[in-house]
Design a protein around this ligand. Structure first.
Ligand code: UDP
Length: 239
């Protein structure tokens, strides 16, 4: 196998499904991600994908006092948004003849299988790409935390977070041209420098269980495959 990894979690943000700067779902973008992922799968690596929902909505947008939606309700809406993305990704992958299973953290009979760890484990062993939607199933966290939890539950070697920039910078590189790029960081660096890698709960899970994180740019064609091959790219966060 031409990869140092046996099993990985790939965290895709919802924005990777929308045209740059827009919201919603563009099947062109979804197919771009799906074809890269299919090529990575062909390397023999087992892949679970945790999908976000920010291209549709995030619970935090309902925190303002004049919203008639309670914040917790907003988070459940966000979790359901991830299922919409999961369905789109499933069809995109299957149109490329990749066998998939969509599993949800919130039970949704008739739409997807419920997430059951041993079942997900078996799908992965059989070479299916398992799309994990619904986040953790609980409000007030993000799909980054779900990605860390699923990576730990499923015994993954690494959590790969696909983003629209090349990795982790000292500041937002889209706003600050002097932002410094880091190719390697420790979990403590991330916490002490307050770097935007993943949400703090996700970092804490990874740190506690020594799960490496790779942050890289999904927009460069072939990068998902390169990351899975273990080629040097992006930012690696470890102990
Ligand atoms: N969410 C949640 N619990 C979870 C995962 C997600 O409540 O375990 C909600 C939360 O409101 C979040 C939204 O679903 O903002 C969409 O997920 P996220 O923001 O992580 O999507 P991404 O930024 O990756 O597109």
């Amino acid at each position: 196998m031409s990869s140092p990894y046996q099993r990985i979690i790939l965290k895709l943000s919802g924005e990777s499904f929308a045209p740059p700067g827009e919201r919603g779902i563009s099947m062109q973008e979804v197919l771009h991600i799906a074809s890269q992922t299919a090529r990575a799968r062909a390397l023999g690596v087992q892949i679970g994908i945790v999908i976000g929902g920010g291209n549709i909505l995030r619970g935090a947008q309902f925190t303002s006092g004049n919203s008639h939606i309670q914040e917790a309700t907003g988070h459940y809406m966000g979790m359901l948004a991830t299922v919409i993305n999961g369905l789109a990704l499933q069809d995109a992958l299957e149109s490329l003849q990749v066998e998939t299973r969509l599993m949800t953290a919130i039970k949704m009979d008739g739409v997807a299988e419920p997430f059951i760890r041993r079942r997900a484990d078996r799908h992965l062993d059989k070479g299916r790409i398992v799309i994990l939607a619904g986040g953790t199933g609980a409000p007030f966290v993000t799909t980054d935390t779900a990605a860390a939890q699923k990576a730990l539950e499923l015994g993954c070697d690494v959590l790969m977070k696909a983003t629209r920039v090349d990795g982790v910078y000292s500041d937002d590189p889209e706003k600050n041209p002097h932002a410094v790029f880091y190719d390697k960081l420790t979990y403590n660096d991330v916490r002490e420098k307050n770097l935007r890698v993943m949400d703090p709960t996700a970092i804490a899970h990874c740190m506690e269980h020594n799960l490496p994180i790779l942050v890289f740019n999904y927009r460069t064609d072939g990068n998902i495959e390169r990351a899975v091959r273990g080629e040097p790219l992006g930012t690696r966060v470890s102990a």
